[in-house]
Design a protein around this ligand. Structure first.
Ligand code: GDP
Ligand code: MN
Length: 394
C-alpha cells in the first residue's frame, strides 16, 4: 500500500526523523490558513498524489507570500498532473501539502529496501540527491553506497555513520544524519515497509538534516497489525476494480489486454497468462480467486471481470483441489444470471467434483465453450475473441 508524502512525514516525525513543518490542505482556504501558521517567509505548495516526479511536472511550487500560496493552491487543486510515474492519464490533485521553505545547502538520496538476493534489508545512499536513483545507478554507479543490515542487530550506529561519511554529509552534521537513518530504519521494520525512500534528504544552511520528500510503501500482508497505516489509505488513488476485489479477498490486478481470466492459485494464474500470450492473446487481468473460494466470491470475481469494458472474452481455468469445480460453476451461473453473458466464455475445469461442475454449466443453458487442456483453452478463447473482432488474425 502506498501513502501520501504528508502522511509519510507525519509518521517519520513520530520516529524522530526531522521533517519540515507543514499541513495538509484540501481547499484554497485551508492552504492559506496553513500558510498563516508557518513562520518562514517562503512556503512550499506540494501536490499530493501517489506518484513521484512532481517537481519536474510542476507539482512543487515555491510561494513568497500567502497570496501566492492561494494562487498556487488554486492552480494545483483539481489539476491532472502527468509525471513520468503516473502514466499518460495522469492523476488529479485533490490534496496539497503546505510546508515551510527549507534553505537547501545540498540534496542527498537515502532509501531502504529489501534486497531479495541477500535476503536482507539494505540501505542505499548517494550524494546525488533530487534525481532518479535509477539514473544515478546507470550513469555514475560509483556514487551509490550500500549497507546491508543484519536482521538480528538492526542498522548499527557505526553503519549509519559510515553511510553519512561515504556520501559526504558535513562532519558536524553526521550525528544528526545518524539519528535520521536509525529513525527511518525503525519505521521500516516496525511498520512493515517494502520501501522507504527519502529523495531528497537535505542539509540546510542553518545546519538541519531534513526529509524534504518521503515515499513510503507498505507490505499489504502486514497491514492487519498496522491499523494506523491502514487509516492513511486513500481510495481515490487506487484502481476501482482492485478496491472491489480487495473487499472479497481476491487477488486482482488490472492489465492492458482483452481476455479476462479467472483462475485459482497465483502460479496457475501466471501460467494461464503466459499460455494466452503464447497464442498471441493479451490477458485483461491477473485474478486468483484463492483456495477455498465461496460461490459469492466466485460470483464477485466474475462480475469484476465483466465490469471491465476492455474484456472481449473470458477464460476460466480451474484446478479443483481445495477449491471445488461445482462451486466455481455455481458462481459463474449466479453471476451471469444477474448480468448476462455478452462475450465468449471458455471454461476448463479439472479436479474435485469436475463432473458435477460441468453438469451445472451444461444445465445452465449458457453459451460456454468447454476445453480439455490449458493450451486447448487458450487457443479457443484467443480465436473466439478474434472472430468476434471481425476475424482479424493477429
Ligand atoms: P518529487 O519531484 O515528486 O520527487 O518531489 P520532491 O518532494 O522531491 O520535490 C522536488 C524538488 O523540489 C526537490 O528536489 C527540491 O529541489 C524542491 N523542493 C521541495 N521542497 C523544497 C523546499 O522546501 N525548498 C526548496 N528550495 N526547494 C524545495
Ligand atoms: Mn522526490
Amino acid at each position: 500500500m502506498n501513502i501520501h508524502e504528508y502522511q509519510g512525514k507525519q509518521l517519520l516525525k513520530r520516529y524522530g526523523v526531522a521533517v519540515p513543518h507543514g499541513y495538509v490542505a484540501f481547499t484554497e482556504d485551508q492552504a492559506v490558513e496553513a500558510a498563516e501558521k508557518i513562520q518562514t517567509d517562503i512556503k512550499v505548495v506540494k501536490a499530493q498524489i501517489h506518484a513521484g516526479g512532481r517537481g519536474k511536472a510542476g507539482g512543487v511550487k515555491i510561494a513568497r507570500s500567502n497570496e501566492e500560496v492561494r494562487a498556487y493552491a488554486d492552480e494545483l487543486l483539481g489539476k491532472v498532473l502527468v509525471t513520468h510515474q503516473t502514466g499518460p492519464a495522469g492523476k488529479e490533485v485533490k490534496r496539497l501539502l503546505i510546508e515551510e521553505g527549507s534553505d537547501i545547502d545540498k540534496e542527498y538520496y537515502l532509501g531502504i529496501v529489501l534486497d531479495r538476493s541477500s535476503s536482507r534489508v539494505t540501505v542505499i545512499a548517494s550524494s546525488e540527491g533530487g534525481m532518479e536513483i535509477e539514473q544515478v545507478a546507470e550513469e555514475t554507479p560509483d556514487k551509490i553506497y550500500r549497507e546491508s543490515v543484519d536482521p538480528l542487530v538492526g542498522l548499527a550506529p557505526f553503519q549509519a555513520r559510515r553511510i553519512a561519511f561515504s556520501i559526504g554529509i558535513p562532519k558536524k552534521l553526521v550525528n544528526k544524519a545518524v539519528k535520521f537513518m536509525l529513525g527511518l530504519y525503525q519505521v521500516f521494520v516496525e511498520k512493515d515497509c517494502s520501501i522507504a525512500e527519502i529523495n531528497p534528504l537535505v542539509v540546510t544552511k542553518s545546519g538541519d538534516v531534513l526529509a524534504l520528500d518521503a515515499k513510503l510503501n507498505f507490505d499489504d500482508n502486514g497491514l492487519y497489525r498496522n491499523k494506523d497505516i491502514l487509516d492513511f489509505r486513500d481510495l481515490d488513488e487506487e484502481d476501482e476494480k482492485e478496491i472491489e476485489a480487495s473487499k472479497y479477498g481476491l487477488n486482482y490486478i488490472a492489465l492492458e489486454g482483452n481476455i479476462g481470466c479467472m483462475v485459482n492459485g497465483a502460479g496457475l494464474a501466471m501460467a494461464t497468462m503466459d499460455i494466452i500470450k503464447s497464442f498471441h492473446g493479451e490477458p485483461a487481468n491477473f485474478l486468483d480467486v484463492g483456495g477455498g473460494a465461496s460461490k459469492e466470491k466466485v460470483e464477485a470475481a466474475f462480475r469484476l471481470i465483466m465490469s471491465d469494458q476492455h474484456v472481449k472474452g473470458i477464460l476460466v481455468n480451474i484446478f479443483g483441489g481445495i477449491m471445488k469445480c461445482d462451486v466455481i460453476a455455481e458462481g459463474i451461473v449466479a453471476a451471469t444470471e444477474k448480468i448476462g453473458l455478452t462475450v465468449p466464455l471458455v471454461v476448463r475445469l479439472e479436479g474435485t467434483n469436475v463432473d458435477l461442475g460441468k453438469e451445472i454449466l451444461r444445465r445452465s443453458g449458457l453459451n460456454i465453450t468447454p476445453a480439455q487442456t490449458m493450451a486447448d483453452a487458450a487457443e479457443k478463447i484467443v480465436s473466439l475473441v478474434d472472430q468476434a473482432a471481425g476475424g482479424v488474425a493477429k
